[in-house]
Design a protein around this ligand. Structure first.
Ligand code: UDP
Length: 478
Protein backbone atom coordinates (compact mmCIF):
# COMPACT_ATOMS: atom_id res chain seq x y z
CA UNK A 1 0.00 0.00 0.00
CA UNK A 2 1.45 3.36 -1.05
CA UNK A 3 1.72 5.94 1.70
CA UNK A 4 3.37 8.90 0.02
CA UNK A 5 0.01 10.22 -1.22
CA UNK A 6 -1.67 9.81 2.16
CA UNK A 7 -2.26 13.52 2.55
CA UNK A 8 -4.46 13.66 -0.55
CA UNK A 9 -8.21 13.21 -0.15
CA UNK A 10 -10.48 12.98 -3.21
CA UNK A 11 -14.27 12.97 -3.40
CA UNK A 12 -15.75 10.85 -6.21
CA UNK A 13 -19.31 11.55 -7.24
CA UNK A 14 -20.71 9.04 -9.76
CA UNK A 15 -23.87 9.54 -11.82
CA UNK A 16 -26.46 6.92 -10.93
CA UNK A 17 -26.31 4.72 -14.04
CA UNK A 18 -24.34 1.47 -14.36
CA UNK A 19 -22.27 2.76 -17.28
CA UNK A 20 -21.10 5.63 -15.05
CA UNK A 21 -20.87 3.99 -11.61
CA UNK A 22 -18.93 0.90 -12.73
CA UNK A 23 -15.94 2.73 -14.28
CA UNK A 24 -15.87 5.40 -11.58
CA UNK A 25 -15.73 2.78 -8.83
CA UNK A 26 -12.87 1.13 -10.73
CA UNK A 27 -11.19 4.53 -10.80
CA UNK A 28 -11.62 4.95 -7.04
CA UNK A 29 -9.91 1.59 -6.56
CA UNK A 30 -6.97 2.77 -8.68
CA UNK A 31 -6.50 5.92 -6.62
CA UNK A 32 -6.90 3.96 -3.39
CA UNK A 33 -4.28 1.48 -4.57
CA UNK A 34 -1.86 4.42 -4.87
CA UNK A 35 -2.56 5.26 -1.21
CA UNK A 36 -4.88 8.23 -1.83
CA UNK A 37 -7.72 8.77 0.65
CA UNK A 38 -10.98 8.34 -1.30
CA UNK A 39 -14.64 8.99 -0.53
CA UNK A 40 -17.55 8.04 -2.78
CA UNK A 41 -20.55 10.33 -2.50
CA UNK A 42 -23.83 8.68 -3.46
CA UNK A 43 -27.40 8.04 -2.35
CA UNK A 44 -28.49 5.17 -0.06
CA UNK A 45 -30.03 2.87 -2.68
CA UNK A 46 -26.99 3.14 -4.92
CA UNK A 47 -24.60 1.78 -2.32
CA UNK A 48 -25.65 -1.86 -2.76
CA UNK A 49 -24.87 -1.70 -6.50
CA UNK A 50 -21.14 -1.38 -5.79
CA UNK A 51 -20.63 -2.41 -2.18
CA UNK A 52 -19.43 -5.87 -3.15
CA UNK A 53 -16.84 -4.36 -5.48
CA UNK A 54 -15.54 -2.22 -2.62
CA UNK A 55 -15.66 -5.19 -0.25
CA UNK A 56 -13.55 -7.27 -2.63
CA UNK A 57 -11.10 -4.44 -3.16
CA UNK A 58 -10.29 -4.54 0.55
CA UNK A 59 -8.78 -7.98 0.10
CA UNK A 60 -6.10 -6.37 -2.08
CA UNK A 61 -4.96 -4.27 0.87
CA UNK A 62 -5.73 -0.99 -0.79
CA UNK A 63 -6.42 2.09 1.30
CA UNK A 64 -9.89 2.04 2.76
CA UNK A 65 -12.61 3.58 0.58
CA UNK A 66 -15.16 5.73 2.44
CA UNK A 67 -18.79 6.05 1.39
CA UNK A 68 -20.99 9.03 2.28
CA UNK A 69 -24.67 9.12 1.39
CA UNK A 70 -27.05 11.95 0.60
CA UNK A 71 -30.81 11.44 0.61
CA UNK A 72 -32.17 11.41 -2.96
CA UNK A 73 -35.10 13.84 -3.29
CA UNK A 74 -37.18 11.62 -5.60
CA UNK A 75 -40.61 12.31 -4.18
CA UNK A 76 -39.92 16.05 -4.10
CA UNK A 77 -39.65 16.10 -7.92
CA UNK A 78 -42.47 13.68 -8.68
CA UNK A 79 -40.47 10.47 -8.99
CA UNK A 80 -41.65 7.36 -7.16
CA UNK A 81 -40.21 6.39 -3.81
CA UNK A 82 -37.17 4.17 -4.32
CA UNK A 83 -36.21 5.70 -7.67
CA UNK A 84 -32.56 6.70 -7.21
CA UNK A 85 -31.03 5.07 -10.25
CA UNK A 86 -31.56 5.54 -13.99
CA UNK A 87 -32.64 1.89 -14.07
CA UNK A 88 -35.66 2.61 -11.93
CA UNK A 89 -36.98 5.68 -13.78
CA UNK A 90 -40.47 4.50 -14.79
CA UNK A 91 -40.43 6.14 -18.24
CA UNK A 92 -37.93 8.14 -20.34
CA UNK A 93 -40.03 11.31 -20.10
CA UNK A 94 -39.24 11.37 -16.38
CA UNK A 95 -35.51 11.75 -17.04
CA UNK A 96 -35.68 15.56 -16.71
CA UNK A 97 -37.29 15.05 -13.26
CA UNK A 98 -34.36 12.79 -12.37
CA UNK A 99 -31.97 15.60 -13.37
CA UNK A 100 -34.02 17.99 -11.27
CA UNK A 101 -33.55 15.73 -8.27
CA UNK A 102 -29.83 15.60 -8.98
CA UNK A 103 -29.64 19.38 -8.98
CA UNK A 104 -31.08 19.31 -5.46
CA UNK A 105 -28.08 17.29 -4.29
CA UNK A 106 -25.96 20.43 -4.59
CA UNK A 107 -26.61 21.76 -1.10
CA UNK A 108 -25.94 18.56 0.85
CA UNK A 109 -22.89 17.97 -1.37
CA UNK A 110 -21.55 21.39 -0.44
CA UNK A 111 -22.14 20.53 3.22
CA UNK A 112 -19.79 17.58 2.83
CA UNK A 113 -17.24 19.78 1.08
CA UNK A 114 -17.46 22.27 3.92
CA UNK A 115 -17.05 19.60 6.59
CA UNK A 116 -14.37 17.47 5.00
CA UNK A 117 -12.43 19.84 2.70
CA UNK A 118 -11.13 17.25 0.26
CA UNK A 119 -8.25 18.26 -2.02
CA UNK A 120 -10.11 17.45 -5.22
CA UNK A 121 -13.54 16.48 -6.52
CA UNK A 122 -13.98 14.02 -9.38
CA UNK A 123 -17.62 14.44 -10.35
CA UNK A 124 -19.56 13.01 -13.27
CA UNK A 125 -20.49 15.41 -16.07
CA UNK A 126 -24.14 15.01 -15.02
CA UNK A 127 -23.31 17.26 -12.04
CA UNK A 128 -22.37 20.45 -13.89
CA UNK A 129 -22.83 22.56 -10.76
CA UNK A 130 -20.04 20.65 -9.01
CA UNK A 131 -17.38 22.89 -10.60
CA UNK A 132 -18.78 25.98 -8.86
CA UNK A 133 -19.49 24.09 -5.65
CA UNK A 134 -15.87 22.97 -5.46
CA UNK A 135 -14.62 26.44 -6.42
CA UNK A 136 -16.45 27.94 -3.43
CA UNK A 137 -14.04 26.03 -1.22
CA UNK A 138 -11.00 26.53 -3.44
CA UNK A 139 -11.08 22.88 -4.51
CA UNK A 140 -10.26 21.79 -8.10
CA UNK A 141 -12.99 19.81 -9.86
CA UNK A 142 -12.19 17.11 -12.42
CA UNK A 143 -14.90 15.91 -14.78
CA UNK A 144 -15.59 12.27 -15.59
CA UNK A 145 -17.63 11.86 -18.77
CA UNK A 146 -17.20 8.14 -19.20
CA UNK A 147 -16.48 8.61 -22.93
CA UNK A 148 -13.41 8.45 -25.19
CA UNK A 149 -11.04 11.22 -26.22
CA UNK A 150 -12.25 10.65 -29.78
CA UNK A 151 -15.81 11.48 -28.68
CA UNK A 152 -14.77 14.33 -26.41
CA UNK A 153 -12.86 16.02 -29.21
CA UNK A 154 -15.49 15.18 -31.85
CA UNK A 155 -18.17 16.78 -29.67
CA UNK A 156 -16.03 19.87 -29.03
CA UNK A 157 -15.19 20.16 -32.75
CA UNK A 158 -18.81 19.77 -33.83
CA UNK A 159 -19.90 22.42 -31.33
CA UNK A 160 -17.24 24.74 -32.70
CA UNK A 161 -17.89 24.34 -36.45
CA UNK A 162 -21.45 22.95 -36.68
CA UNK A 163 -20.64 21.17 -39.97
CA UNK A 164 -24.12 19.62 -40.08
CA UNK A 165 -25.56 23.01 -40.95
CA UNK A 166 -24.15 22.72 -44.46
CA UNK A 167 -26.11 19.62 -45.40
CA UNK A 168 -29.36 19.59 -47.28
CA UNK A 169 -30.82 16.47 -45.73
CA UNK A 170 -30.57 14.46 -42.51
CA UNK A 171 -29.00 11.54 -44.33
CA UNK A 172 -26.34 13.53 -46.25
CA UNK A 173 -22.81 12.84 -45.10
CA UNK A 174 -20.65 15.65 -43.76
CA UNK A 175 -17.00 15.49 -42.69
CA UNK A 176 -16.04 16.49 -39.14
CA UNK A 177 -13.69 19.38 -39.95
CA UNK A 178 -10.16 19.72 -38.54
CA UNK A 179 -10.47 16.24 -37.15
CA UNK A 180 -8.05 13.39 -37.99
CA UNK A 181 -9.33 10.48 -40.08
CA UNK A 182 -11.80 12.13 -42.50
CA UNK A 183 -14.70 11.01 -40.30
CA UNK A 184 -18.06 11.28 -42.02
CA UNK A 185 -21.38 11.37 -40.20
CA UNK A 186 -24.98 12.25 -40.93
CA UNK A 187 -27.33 14.43 -38.93
CA UNK A 188 -29.38 11.32 -38.21
CA UNK A 189 -26.42 9.83 -36.34
CA UNK A 190 -25.68 12.74 -34.05
CA UNK A 191 -29.20 12.85 -32.66
CA UNK A 192 -29.28 14.63 -29.36
CA UNK A 193 -26.49 17.04 -30.24
CA UNK A 194 -28.82 18.79 -32.64
CA UNK A 195 -32.07 18.56 -30.78
CA UNK A 196 -33.48 21.70 -29.29
CA UNK A 197 -35.47 20.15 -26.49
CA UNK A 198 -35.72 20.63 -22.77
CA UNK A 199 -32.29 19.00 -22.41
CA UNK A 200 -30.45 21.62 -24.54
CA UNK A 201 -29.97 24.06 -21.69
CA UNK A 202 -28.69 21.24 -19.52
CA UNK A 203 -26.07 20.28 -22.12
CA UNK A 204 -25.04 23.92 -22.37
CA UNK A 205 -24.51 23.97 -18.63
CA UNK A 206 -22.47 20.75 -18.85
CA UNK A 207 -20.28 22.31 -21.53
CA UNK A 208 -19.68 25.51 -19.58
CA UNK A 209 -18.87 23.64 -16.40
CA UNK A 210 -16.48 21.45 -18.35
CA UNK A 211 -14.54 24.39 -19.71
CA UNK A 212 -14.28 25.93 -16.24
CA UNK A 213 -13.22 22.70 -14.55
CA UNK A 214 -9.62 21.72 -13.77
CA UNK A 215 -9.68 19.06 -16.50
CA UNK A 216 -11.01 15.63 -17.36
CA UNK A 217 -10.07 12.13 -16.28
CA UNK A 218 -10.64 9.70 -19.10
CA UNK A 219 -11.26 5.98 -19.23
CA UNK A 220 -8.91 5.33 -22.14
CA UNK A 221 -5.20 4.98 -22.86
CA UNK A 222 -3.05 7.29 -24.90
CA UNK A 223 -1.83 4.74 -27.45
CA UNK A 224 -5.41 3.87 -28.44
CA UNK A 225 -6.36 7.33 -29.63
CA UNK A 226 -3.17 9.40 -29.78
CA UNK A 227 -4.33 11.76 -32.52
CA UNK A 228 -7.53 12.57 -30.70
CA UNK A 229 -5.80 12.92 -27.31
CA UNK A 230 -3.36 15.36 -28.93
CA UNK A 231 -6.19 17.26 -30.59
CA UNK A 232 -8.06 17.55 -27.30
CA UNK A 233 -5.07 18.73 -25.33
CA UNK A 234 -2.89 20.60 -27.81
CA UNK A 235 -5.44 22.15 -30.17
CA UNK A 236 -8.61 22.36 -28.11
CA UNK A 237 -6.56 23.37 -25.07
CA UNK A 238 -8.12 21.03 -22.51
CA UNK A 239 -6.38 19.22 -19.68
CA UNK A 240 -6.94 15.47 -19.83
CA UNK A 241 -5.57 12.42 -18.06
CA UNK A 242 -6.26 9.09 -19.81
CA UNK A 243 -5.78 6.53 -17.04
CA UNK A 244 -7.54 3.44 -18.40
CA UNK A 245 -8.72 0.94 -19.38
CA UNK A 246 -10.20 1.15 -15.90
CA UNK A 247 -11.70 -2.36 -16.14
CA UNK A 248 -8.16 -3.75 -16.07
CA UNK A 249 -7.78 -2.78 -12.42
CA UNK A 250 -9.86 -5.88 -11.71
CA UNK A 251 -7.31 -8.62 -11.40
CA UNK A 252 -9.09 -11.61 -9.96
CA UNK A 253 -12.26 -13.44 -10.92
CA UNK A 254 -14.31 -12.06 -8.02
CA UNK A 255 -13.43 -8.48 -8.96
CA UNK A 256 -14.35 -9.08 -12.58
CA UNK A 257 -17.62 -10.80 -11.75
CA UNK A 258 -18.95 -8.37 -9.19
CA UNK A 259 -18.45 -4.96 -10.74
CA UNK A 260 -22.16 -4.75 -10.15
CA UNK A 261 -23.43 -6.69 -7.18
CA UNK A 262 -25.22 -9.56 -8.79
CA UNK A 263 -25.18 -11.39 -12.08
CA UNK A 264 -28.15 -13.28 -13.50
CA UNK A 265 -26.20 -16.38 -14.30
CA UNK A 266 -23.87 -18.44 -12.22
CA UNK A 267 -20.45 -17.43 -13.56
CA UNK A 268 -19.24 -21.03 -13.21
CA UNK A 269 -22.03 -22.22 -15.48
CA UNK A 270 -21.23 -19.58 -18.05
CA UNK A 271 -17.48 -20.24 -18.01
CA UNK A 272 -18.00 -24.01 -18.10
CA UNK A 273 -20.09 -23.55 -21.22
CA UNK A 274 -17.35 -21.40 -22.77
CA UNK A 275 -14.64 -23.87 -21.71
CA UNK A 276 -16.29 -26.49 -23.89
CA UNK A 277 -15.90 -24.29 -27.00
CA UNK A 278 -12.96 -23.79 -29.36
CA UNK A 279 -10.91 -20.56 -29.32
CA UNK A 280 -12.53 -17.63 -31.10
CA UNK A 281 -15.66 -19.63 -31.89
CA UNK A 282 -18.35 -17.79 -29.88
CA UNK A 283 -19.98 -14.42 -30.55
CA UNK A 284 -20.83 -12.40 -27.44
CA UNK A 285 -23.91 -10.21 -27.90
CA UNK A 286 -24.77 -7.51 -25.35
CA UNK A 287 -26.19 -4.01 -25.61
CA UNK A 288 -25.18 -2.56 -22.25
CA UNK A 289 -27.36 -1.61 -19.35
CA UNK A 290 -29.97 0.77 -20.77
CA UNK A 291 -30.89 -0.22 -24.33
CA UNK A 292 -34.30 -1.91 -24.46
CA UNK A 293 -34.99 -3.20 -27.95
CA UNK A 294 -38.59 -3.86 -28.92
CA UNK A 295 -39.54 -7.45 -29.66
CA UNK A 296 -39.40 -6.84 -33.41
CA UNK A 297 -35.69 -5.98 -33.12
CA UNK A 298 -34.97 -8.94 -30.85
CA UNK A 299 -36.55 -11.15 -33.51
CA UNK A 300 -34.21 -9.75 -36.19
CA UNK A 301 -31.21 -10.35 -33.94
CA UNK A 302 -32.30 -13.93 -33.25
CA UNK A 303 -32.74 -14.60 -36.97
CA UNK A 304 -29.43 -12.95 -37.82
CA UNK A 305 -27.51 -14.97 -35.25
CA UNK A 306 -29.10 -18.22 -36.35
CA UNK A 307 -28.42 -17.50 -40.02
CA UNK A 308 -24.76 -16.69 -39.27
CA UNK A 309 -24.30 -20.30 -38.13
CA UNK A 310 -22.09 -19.09 -35.25
CA UNK A 311 -22.27 -20.05 -31.58
CA UNK A 312 -23.23 -17.21 -29.27
CA UNK A 313 -23.89 -15.87 -25.80
CA UNK A 314 -26.70 -13.34 -26.00
CA UNK A 315 -27.40 -11.09 -23.05
CA UNK A 316 -30.97 -10.14 -23.65
CA UNK A 317 -31.28 -7.79 -20.71
CA UNK A 318 -34.24 -7.72 -18.46
CA UNK A 319 -37.64 -6.95 -19.86
CA UNK A 320 -39.77 -4.50 -17.94
CA UNK A 321 -41.10 -6.02 -14.71
CA UNK A 322 -44.67 -6.00 -15.98
CA UNK A 323 -44.12 -7.41 -19.46
CA UNK A 324 -43.87 -11.04 -20.45
CA UNK A 325 -40.43 -12.48 -21.09
CA UNK A 326 -39.90 -12.45 -24.83
CA UNK A 327 -39.04 -15.70 -26.54
CA UNK A 328 -37.72 -15.39 -30.12
CA UNK A 329 -39.94 -18.05 -31.65
CA UNK A 330 -41.08 -21.37 -30.40
CA UNK A 331 -38.28 -23.39 -31.83
CA UNK A 332 -35.42 -20.90 -31.48
CA UNK A 333 -34.12 -21.81 -28.05
CA UNK A 334 -34.57 -25.53 -28.73
CA UNK A 335 -32.71 -25.32 -32.04
CA UNK A 336 -29.96 -23.27 -30.40
CA UNK A 337 -29.67 -25.54 -27.37
CA UNK A 338 -26.01 -26.40 -27.91
CA UNK A 339 -25.14 -23.37 -29.97
CA UNK A 340 -26.39 -20.47 -27.97
CA UNK A 341 -26.58 -19.39 -24.35
CA UNK A 342 -29.17 -16.73 -23.58
CA UNK A 343 -28.75 -14.67 -20.42
CA UNK A 344 -31.81 -12.76 -19.30
CA UNK A 345 -30.52 -10.05 -17.03
CA UNK A 346 -26.95 -9.19 -16.05
CA UNK A 347 -23.87 -11.03 -17.35
CA UNK A 348 -20.30 -11.02 -16.01
CA UNK A 349 -19.22 -9.20 -19.19
CA UNK A 350 -15.51 -8.69 -18.56
CA UNK A 351 -15.07 -12.29 -17.53
CA UNK A 352 -16.86 -13.48 -20.67
CA UNK A 353 -14.98 -11.16 -23.04
CA UNK A 354 -11.65 -12.35 -21.68
CA UNK A 355 -12.45 -15.99 -22.33
CA UNK A 356 -10.46 -17.36 -25.25
CA UNK A 357 -13.57 -18.92 -26.79
CA UNK A 358 -14.96 -15.45 -27.55
CA UNK A 359 -14.26 -14.51 -31.16
CA UNK A 360 -16.39 -11.38 -31.62
CA UNK A 361 -18.57 -8.94 -29.71
CA UNK A 362 -21.85 -7.52 -31.05
CA UNK A 363 -22.00 -4.25 -29.12
CA UNK A 364 -24.09 -1.10 -28.92
CA UNK A 365 -20.74 0.72 -28.62
CA UNK A 366 -21.26 2.12 -25.14
CA UNK A 367 -17.78 3.34 -24.27
CA UNK A 368 -17.28 0.90 -21.39
CA UNK A 369 -18.22 -2.06 -23.56
CA UNK A 370 -16.13 -0.77 -26.44
CA UNK A 371 -13.04 -0.40 -24.29
CA UNK A 372 -13.64 -3.72 -22.52
CA UNK A 373 -13.76 -5.32 -25.98
CA UNK A 374 -10.49 -3.60 -26.90
CA UNK A 375 -8.85 -4.65 -23.61
CA UNK A 376 -9.90 -8.25 -24.24
CA UNK A 377 -8.59 -8.21 -27.83
CA UNK A 378 -11.97 -9.02 -29.37
CA UNK A 379 -13.06 -7.60 -32.77
CA UNK A 380 -16.52 -6.07 -32.78
CA UNK A 381 -19.74 -5.85 -34.74
CA UNK A 382 -20.98 -2.33 -34.11
CA UNK A 383 -24.65 -1.66 -33.46
CA UNK A 384 -24.83 1.87 -32.01
CA UNK A 385 -28.11 3.15 -30.59
CA UNK A 386 -27.78 6.51 -28.81
CA UNK A 387 -25.52 8.78 -26.70
CA UNK A 388 -22.07 9.10 -28.34
CA UNK A 389 -22.13 5.51 -29.60
CA UNK A 390 -21.92 6.45 -33.29
CA UNK A 391 -18.54 8.09 -32.64
CA UNK A 392 -17.30 4.92 -30.98
CA UNK A 393 -18.43 2.97 -34.02
CA UNK A 394 -16.30 5.22 -36.24
CA UNK A 395 -13.30 4.78 -33.99
CA UNK A 396 -13.63 0.99 -34.06
CA UNK A 397 -14.44 0.50 -37.73
CA UNK A 398 -12.54 3.29 -39.51
CA UNK A 399 -9.65 4.29 -37.26
CA UNK A 400 -8.67 1.13 -35.37
CA UNK A 401 -10.11 -1.19 -38.02
CA UNK A 402 -11.17 -3.83 -35.52
CA UNK A 403 -14.87 -3.75 -36.22
CA UNK A 404 -17.57 -4.02 -38.86
CA UNK A 405 -20.71 -1.88 -38.77
CA UNK A 406 -24.08 -3.57 -38.85
CA UNK A 407 -25.37 -0.49 -40.69
CA UNK A 408 -27.38 1.51 -38.17
CA UNK A 409 -28.49 4.74 -39.78
CA UNK A 410 -30.36 6.53 -37.08
CA UNK A 411 -29.75 7.64 -33.48
CA UNK A 412 -32.68 6.67 -31.24
CA UNK A 413 -33.24 6.95 -27.53
CA UNK A 414 -32.59 3.38 -26.30
CA UNK A 415 -34.90 1.52 -28.73
CA UNK A 416 -32.75 1.00 -31.81
CA UNK A 417 -33.04 1.80 -35.51
CA UNK A 418 -35.70 -0.53 -36.88
CA UNK A 419 -34.22 -0.45 -40.37
CA UNK A 420 -31.55 -2.95 -39.25
CA UNK A 421 -32.60 -6.38 -40.51
CA UNK A 422 -31.46 -9.93 -39.80
CA UNK A 423 -29.48 -10.35 -43.02
CA UNK A 424 -27.30 -7.33 -42.20
CA UNK A 425 -26.60 -8.86 -38.79
CA UNK A 426 -25.80 -12.22 -40.35
CA UNK A 427 -23.42 -10.61 -42.82
CA UNK A 428 -21.57 -8.51 -40.26
CA UNK A 429 -21.16 -11.47 -37.88
CA UNK A 430 -19.74 -13.64 -40.65
CA UNK A 431 -17.33 -10.91 -41.76
CA UNK A 432 -15.83 -10.69 -38.28
CA UNK A 433 -15.92 -14.41 -37.47
CA UNK A 434 -15.07 -16.32 -40.63
CA UNK A 435 -14.38 -14.25 -43.69
CA UNK A 436 -11.04 -13.30 -45.15
CA UNK A 437 -10.79 -10.00 -43.32
CA UNK A 438 -11.42 -11.66 -39.92
CA UNK A 439 -7.81 -12.61 -39.26
CA UNK A 440 -6.46 -9.11 -39.83
CA UNK A 441 -9.08 -7.65 -37.51
CA UNK A 442 -8.35 -10.24 -34.85
CA UNK A 443 -4.60 -9.60 -35.03
CA UNK A 444 -5.07 -5.86 -34.73
CA UNK A 445 -7.45 -6.36 -31.80
CA UNK A 446 -4.94 -8.61 -30.01
CA UNK A 447 -2.18 -6.05 -30.52
CA UNK A 448 -4.36 -3.30 -29.00
CA UNK A 449 -5.18 -5.53 -26.02
CA UNK A 450 -1.47 -5.98 -25.41
CA UNK A 451 -0.99 -2.18 -25.56
CA UNK A 452 -3.86 -1.73 -23.13
CA UNK A 453 -2.23 -4.07 -20.64
CA UNK A 454 1.11 -2.32 -20.92
CA UNK A 455 -0.56 1.07 -20.45
CA UNK A 456 -1.89 0.16 -17.00
CA UNK A 457 1.20 -1.68 -15.80
CA UNK A 458 3.69 0.12 -13.60
CA UNK A 459 5.46 2.64 -15.81
CA UNK A 460 2.87 2.38 -18.62
CA UNK A 461 1.28 5.53 -20.04
CA UNK A 462 -1.92 5.34 -17.98
CA UNK A 463 -0.06 4.51 -14.79
CA UNK A 464 2.30 7.44 -15.37
CA UNK A 465 -0.65 9.75 -16.09
CA UNK A 466 -2.28 8.68 -12.85
CA UNK A 467 0.94 9.37 -10.92
CA UNK A 468 1.36 12.73 -12.65
CA UNK A 469 -2.21 13.71 -11.80
CA UNK A 470 -1.78 12.72 -8.16
CA UNK A 471 1.50 14.64 -7.88
CA UNK A 472 -0.12 17.71 -9.47
CA UNK A 473 -3.07 17.55 -7.07
CA UNK A 474 -0.69 17.18 -4.12
CA UNK A 475 1.25 20.24 -5.25
CA UNK A 476 -1.98 22.28 -5.54
CA UNK A 477 -2.98 21.48 -2.01
CA UNK A 478 0.25 22.67 -0.39
N1 UDP B 1 -22.43 -4.83 -18.17
C1 UDP B 1 -22.24 -6.06 -17.57
N2 UDP B 1 -23.17 -7.03 -17.77
C2 UDP B 1 -24.29 -6.84 -18.51
C3 UDP B 1 -24.48 -5.58 -19.13
C4 UDP B 1 -23.54 -4.60 -18.95
O1 UDP B 1 -21.24 -6.27 -16.89
O2 UDP B 1 -25.08 -7.77 -18.63
C5 UDP B 1 -21.45 -3.76 -17.92
C6 UDP B 1 -20.44 -3.64 -19.03
O3 UDP B 1 -19.35 -4.49 -18.78
C7 UDP B 1 -20.07 -2.16 -18.95
C8 UDP B 1 -21.35 -1.50 -18.45
O4 UDP B 1 -22.12 -2.51 -17.87
O5 UDP B 1 -19.05 -1.97 -18.01
C9 UDP B 1 -22.15 -0.86 -19.58
O6 UDP B 1 -21.57 0.32 -19.96
P1 UDP B 1 -21.57 0.82 -21.46
O7 UDP B 1 -20.86 2.14 -21.47
O8 UDP B 1 -21.02 -0.20 -22.35
O9 UDP B 1 -23.08 0.98 -21.84
P2 UDP B 1 -24.36 1.66 -21.16
O10 UDP B 1 -24.93 0.64 -20.26
O11 UDP B 1 -23.87 2.87 -20.41
O12 UDP B 1 -25.22 1.98 -22.33
Amino acid sequence: MGTKYDSLHIFFFPFMAHGHVIPLVDMVKLFAAKGVKTTIITTPLNVPTFSKAIENAKTHRIKEIQIQTIKFPNVEVGLPEGCEHVDSIPSPNLFPAFLEAIALLKEPFEQFLFQQRPNCVVADMFFPWATNSAAKFGIPRLVFHGISLFSLSATATMTLYEPYNNTSSDSELFVIPNFPGEIKMTRLQVGNLLSKDEMSSFWKEVHESDVKSYGVVVNSFYELEKDYADLYVKKLGRKAWPIGPLSLCNKDKEDKTYRRNKTSIDDHECLKWLDSKRSNSVVYVCFGSVVRFPNSMLREIAMGLEASGQQFIWVMGKQKEDSEEWVPDEGFEKRMEHKGLIIRGWAPQVLILEHEAIGAFVTHCGWNSTLEGVAAGVPMITFPVSAEQFYNEKLLTEVLKIGVPVGVKKWTLFVGDDSVKWDAIEKAVKRVMVEEEAEGMRNRAKALAQMARLAVEEGGSSDLNLDALIVELCSLSH
